[in-house]
Design a protein around this ligand. Structure first.
Ligand code: FAQ
Length: 338
């Protein structure tokens, strides 16, 4: 459904080519890196890379990892209250998947020379960001359906192009993550369909959840292109392939027909199909809300961070036990080798 984003358009390839410096004017290492960018080849962990490229990747990948881990909380909240055994098994698997995504991504960021401890410390101190979307509450079961359908749907739209990112470890992690997100999106849509076809009270619950999640999901793609500070550079480096606004538009175009299929109403009176362009229009986005959530003042920011910090402290004994086990194993191997 969302795979069209895999296409690397000629425009962005041309932009990268024109961004590459003249050979000879730079160090041989920089020239090799530039040639890789121009040819759209992968950069691997041991390859030389400009410090700014490394820093940008650490920022984006670690924020992405934090989003996956914090993103376990709004749905995790419903595991004990899922309406059936089937729904509970699906939700358990999904939340576990998100934890796994966080681990692949932390591991990908570690290949850039940053430590897991530093990344976690940046999250806990509020220095590092995580996705704005996870600062909204999940008061009903329909919110869990809406997250799977809309949030995972938006995540796929944003993440499929990242499978072609120039940094190899990130690109490879994204391939597996996208496969799992696709299952998440489908189960969310199916849960939403069940509610939308249920009793009038269930249908209302589905519509209420859609009303509450629509705008935060539309914002999740990031600021408009004119306010996006990183896009120009990350697109030249082939980290980001498609701009925030274009991904947002693709998501709206893909999702509005799904809302109609569910028999629900798009919570944006200005959302209309333009027959000339084939795109749906979008009403005005409340960017003040977006920036306030990012600054830490969303409905659940404090609760989410506190829960993460508590979970990390409570898990200290697991980390200590794993380290003790690793030390014992290493000592045994050394004794056998001697
Ligand atoms: N939330 O210049 P740009 C998921 C920040 S995973 C918070 O446009 P960029 C799976 C941005 O960091 C969801 N902050 O930035 C799941 C920057 O601040 P900085 C996460 C945001 O990096 C589903 C500033 O605004 N996905 O959902 C947001 O070029 C269900 C300026 O923005 C990823 O992380 C935001 N929404 O573009 C899990 C994908 N948007 O760093 C559980 C990878 C922007 O200078 C349940 N990341 N900011 O302090 C990306 O694609 C990009 O980093 C963007 C932002 C598109 C998020």
């Amino acid at each position: 459904m969302y795979t069209q984003s895999m296409d690397l358009d000629a425009k962005s390839a041309a932009a990268r080519l024109s961004a590459v410096g003249t050979p000879g004017a730079v160090s041989p290492q920089q020239a090799e890196f530039d040639a890789k960018m121009a040819a759209d080849r992968k950069v691997e962990a041991r390859d030389w890379m400009p410090e700014a490229y490394r820093k940008t990747l650490v920022r984006q990948i670690s924020q992405h990892a934090h989003s996956e881990i914090v993103g376990m909380l709004p749905e995790g909240n419903w595991i004990t209250r899922a309406p059936s055994l089937r729904r509970k098994a699906i939700l358990l698997a999904k939340v576990q998947d998100e934890g796994g995504h966080g681990l692949y991504l932390y591991a990908a960021a570690e290949t850039l020379g940053t430590s897991r401890d530093d990344m976690i410390e940046a999250l806990h101190s509020g220095k590092a960001k995580y996705s704005s979307i996870f600062n909204y509450p999940t008061p009903t079961w329909a919110d869990v359906a809406a997250i799977g359908w809309l949030v995972d749907g938006a995540a796929i739209m944003n993440q499929i192009p990242l499978c072609r990112c120039t940094y190899g470890p990130y690109a490879r992690a994204m391939i597996r993550i996208c496969k799992e997100e696709s299952f998440h999106q489908r189960q969310g849509f199916e849960a939403m369909l069940t509610l939308a076809q249920g009793t009038p009270a269930q249908k209302k619950m589905a519509q209420d959840a859609l009303n509450r999640w629509w705008w935060p999901v539309v914002m999740m793609f990031g600021p408009s292109d004119k306010d996006s500070i990183h896009s120009t550079q990350t697109m030249q480096w082939g980290i980001k392939r498609i701009s925030n606004d274009e991904l947002r538009q693709r998501f709206i175009d893909a999702t509005v027909p799904q809302i109609e299929l569910l028999g629900l109403t798009v919570p944006d009176p200005d959302c209309k199909l333009d027959p000339a362009t084939g795109h749906y229009s979008c009403g005005e986005i409340d960017w003040a809300e977006f920036w306030s959530v990012i600054a830490g003042d969303g409905p659940c920011n404090r609760e989410r961070l506190e829960t993460r910090k508590r979970a990390y402290a409570n898990g200290a004994w697991v980390r200590e036990a794993a380290m003790a086990h690793a030390r014992k194993q290493q000592a045994r191997e050394q004794a056998q080798a001697a």
